[in-house]
Design a binder for this molecule. Structure first.
Ligand code: ATP
Ligand code: MG
Length: 224
């Protein structure tokens, strides 16, 4: 049904966490999900190998030479394809963007992340899409958002709005997201009595998946 690419040249902004969060949310909704781990460090591939991603989620690896073919075959095998990339400027990013139906650009609420998010939006605009018209639908995802009122966050959000950058949603700073890599499972499988914020994180994941689905459907209707 859809290819969703995580994109940012910024390391540690939350791409892999978002990939796993989204995969879990889509799997909960009954979709089959393929995550393509195109980061040479292979953290998501290890997450799946060591842990319990669930029957609906599979993970495969790819690099710049194999990414396009890997996306193509993933689209035949699964309903949702999520591409996770390395946090650096490399060839995989535009290749993944070019095959995507939606690009998520994660950014922490920091001036550096906002700068990198705006630069990534430019890469999206410069990349030819699979429909060959307009740029691929995209949005910044705020990650590690403080759960308390933060003036800095409000200021950064208005900076993005002034730059005309769309925002697709937000994930708060929660232990549950960190625990994805220690328990090596999806949010719905974390033990809520051991990991605080599990239910809230899970709900944020569902809201994000719904927002991405809606954006993809709206774009398909527009194109039809
Ligand atoms: N919403 C969140 N709440 C708490 N911790 C988070 C959240 N999102 C990410 N983290 C933590 O931040 C760190 C970086 O996240 P992650 O590995 O997802 O980023 P990344 O963009 O994939 O990094 P890289 O570019 O190195 O691959 C991890 O330790 C992760 O647990
Ligand atoms: Mg990563």
């Amino acid at each position: 049904m859809a290819v969703i690419a995580l994109a940012s040249p910024k390391g540690g902004c939350g791409k892999s966490t978002t990939a796993i969060t989204l995969a879990g949310a889509y799997a909960e909704q009954g979709y089959t999900v393929r995550i393509i781990d195109a980061d040479p460090r292979q953290r998501v591939a290890r997450w799946a190998e060591v842990g319990t991603p669930g029957d609906s989620i599979s993970v495969v690896s790819a690099d710049a030479t194999s990414i396009v073919a890997t996306i193509r075959s993933a689209e035949l095998d699964a309903q949702i394809v999520i591409v996770d990339v390395e946090g650096s400027a490399n060839m995989v990013v535009p290749l993944a963007i070019s095959r995507a139906n939606f690009v998520i650009i994660p950014a922490n609420p920091s001036a550096a992340d906002v700068e990198d998010a705006i630069a990534t939006v430019q890469i999206v605009h410069d990349t030819q899409t699979r429909q060959h018209e307009g740029s691929v639908p995209h949005g910044v995802l705020w990650t590690r958002v403080p759960t308390f009122q933060s003036r800095e966050f409000v200021a950064l959000a208005s900076q993005l709005a002034e730059a005309g950058v769309p925002v697709i949603g937000q994930l708060a700073e929660r232990t549950a997201y960190k625990s994805l890599f220690s328990y090596c499972t999806t949010l719905d499988q974390l033990p809520p009595d051991e990991v605080p914020g599990t239910d809230k994180a899970r709900a944020e994941g569902i809201v994000l998946a719904d927002a991405v689905t809606q954006a993809i459907l709206a774009n398909q209707e527009k194109a039809a």
